[in-house]
Design a protein around this ligand. Structure first.
Ligand SMILES: Cc1cc2nc3c(=O)[nH]c(=O)nc-3n(C[C@H](O)[C@H](O)[C@H](O)COP(=O)(O)OP(=O)(O)OC[C@H]3O[C@@H](n4cnc5c(N)ncnc54)[C@H](O)[C@@H]3O)c2cc1C
Length: 341
């Protein structure tokens, strides 16, 4: 029996756990046990308040070629769900999206433009429409179609898929990774503890990137608009509400809603869509993105055990989770731990 533990039940832990379990079962290898061990589960993970819009964001110096590969894999996964009977349950929506930039030096970042559908640069006339009444003008913009997969729906869907196939769940805080590795019965340990890695293994490169958002009832908004300027706002529709964002405060651990941030968010979003003035406010939410100089995805040997780290996904954990899970599985396969099966 190959015994695998995944620490963390955020999007990255759950995606990794499913990817591993489904791979071995597909190969007809049933002598496998995969357990998710986590302090918190949905709806209390970092992704649960996020809109889950596909798009690389806040990833520090993570190499672009890797981000491209991981995010492409997630886009393909979302396409599969979108084309299946599961789309509604999984909270996967196909939406038009516009990204705008005020930089006079660099246009909207678009190394991923062939992954999304129908990406085109905004024309001067289209930019002029967004620039009406603005003192700082948008200099470039990209229009395309992509997916949202709001984790508050995606995670329960994935958890159900995992447990139905025999995946196990344990609610527990792991205090120290070294002790856990040496004392537990697991052959492979996948560390997907996000910001928790700072404490769990003393990774001082981890830092919070605080994000506050405001959810409103505005079921007449069907497309996303994102201003990529440093103090820019964004509007992203989900199935039952619209997310107005947002902040990205590095090193800030405050998980309380800040009224001043709320005002900046709501006033800022109303400048793009004045009709938001008359929407019902549902709730405000704060999450701490797992920031790191670079996302960490690598394996290490600890005696006879294999440890795979998969954390530090910044503002793109949803966008990258399926692609990163591909690499987690590849690292396990490369380590040839399957001799136990
Ligand atoms: C406001 C906001 C908006 C966002 N919008 C988007 C978006 O539109 N698109 C996108 O792609 N990304 C978005 N993100 C980023 C995304 O939410 C995160 O990157 C992602 O949720 C990180 O997932 P994770 O699984 O790595 O970590 P987490 O979700 O933080 O999960 C970590 C898990 O590990 C567990 N854990 C931690 N320490 C321990 C321990 N010692 N023992 C046991 N368990 C432990 C926790 O309980 C938790 O279950 C947004 C984030 C915020 C805050």
């Amino acid at each position: 029996m190959l015994n695998i533990a995944v620490i963390g039940a955020g999007v990255n832990g759950v995606a990794s756990a499913i990817k591993i379990l489904e791979h071995y079962l597909k190969e007809g290898k049933t002598a496998i046990r995969v357990t998710i061990i986590s302090e918190e589960f949905t709806p209390k993970t970092t992704g649960d308040g996020s809109a889950g819009l596909w798009g690389p964001y806040l990833l520090g110096g993570t190499p672009q070629s890797k981000v491209y590969k991981w995010s492409k894999s997630m886009h393909q996964f979302l396409e599969q769900i979108w084309l299946s009977e599961d789309a509604g349950e999984a909270g996967v929506c196909l939406i038009p999206c516009i990204r705008l930039n005020t930089s006079t030096v660099e246009p909207v970042e678009d190394f991923w433009r062939d992954i999304v559908y129908g990406a085109v640069n905004l024309s001067e006339d289209q930019l002029a429409a967004f620039n009406k009444g603005r003192s700082v003008k948008f200099t470039s913009g990209l229009s395309f179609v992509t997916y949202t997969s709001e984790p508050v729906k995606l995670l329960p869907y994935l958890m159900k898929r995992f447990t139905r196939k025999g995946g196990l769940i344990v609610r527990k805080k792991v205090i120290d990774l070294d002790t856990f590795i040496s004392e537990s019965e697991y052959d492979v340990i996948i560390n997907c503890s996000g910001l928790g890695s700072r404490q769990l293994l003393g990774d001082n490169e981890m830092y919070p990137v605080r994000g506050q958002v405001s959810r409103v009832k505005a079921n007449w908004i069907f497309s996303a608009v994102l201003d990529e300027s440093d103090d820019g706002n964004y509007i992203i529709p989900n199935t039952e509400s619209v997310v107005l964002g947002g902040t990205h405060q590095e090193g800030d651990y405050n998980e309380q809603v800040c009224p001043r941030d709320k005002k900046t968010i709501v006033d800022g979003c109303r400048r793009y869509i004045p009709g938001l003035e008359h929407t019902e406010s549902l709730f405000d939410w704060v999450g701490l993105r797992p920031g790191r100089g670079q996302l960490r995805l690598e394996a290490e040997r600890r005696g006879r055990k294999l440890v795979v780290h998969n954390y530090g996904h910044g503002g793109s954990g949803v966008t990258l989770c399926w692609g990163c899970a591909d690499d987690v599985l590849d690292l396990i396969l490369a380590a040839k731990v399957s001799s136990k099966l």
